[in-house]
Design a protein around this ligand. Sequence first.
Ligand code: ADP
Ligand code: MG
Length: 247
Amino acid sequence: MKPPVLRCRHVAKRYGKFTALEDLNLEVYEGEIFALLGPNGAGKSTLIHCITGLAKQSQGSIEVLGFDTIDDFRTTRRLVGLVPQEINYDPFFTPLESLTIQMGLMGVKPNRERAESLLRTFALDDKRDAYTRTLSGGMKRRLLVAKALVHEPRLLFLDEPTAGVDVELRRELWQEVEELRQAGTTIVLTTHYIEEAEKLADRIGILHKGELLLVESRGSLMERHGGRSLEEIYLELIQKADGRPAA
Ligand code: ADP
Ligand code: MG
């Protein structure tokens, strides 16, 4: 049997005395869209950072396609892509330059044709030679997605890619995500728009104070809670975990 694309075993992350993740176990399989939901501060970004090499877990192991993210870091960083939660950009580079520089950083040969093709995919071709700082928020975010794809990652993380993004762009972005999945990319996303996860995700994980409350296929989760929306199911779980009465 093929190893899962992602396997987290007993992962914990501590910042001093604060525990951001506790004994987290999770597998994500090839070709799926996995939505990681949870309130602010639940540890979603922390987990994504541990997997993508921006942070190091305090305990436990993480494997991407069977490679350990610490021992085989060079391999795993080529296998994963990250669209970070915070928009970051190089104000004095153009989108075209940003993409070719990113190729160099990711250890792939800078390829202008591929960069141009990515810009077309994300409707940035007419901005390819503009200073990135002159782009609108939505364009900057699309550039972040394009940057995350330069090395054709097998596993793509989208950390709240639609926060503050207008409806139209959100729809476009999800269209892209679907297309990437069709092309064989495995996708892990976090979002505050739970109805998006309800539409897109094959499986859903709910993280709360560093612990996974639930991991289940969307179908079985929705069936178990016959007729209710994912948002209602989500809220009830979080309120229960907080020891609050359901609203
Ligand atoms: P989420 O992405 O689910 O909103 P985060 O993973 O960003 O949550 O944060 C989880 C918890 O870890 C928060 O309480 C946050 O303040 C804390 N945290 C995250 N990064 C650091 C850090 N570098 N140093 C100390 N605490 C951190
Ligand atoms: Mg976050």
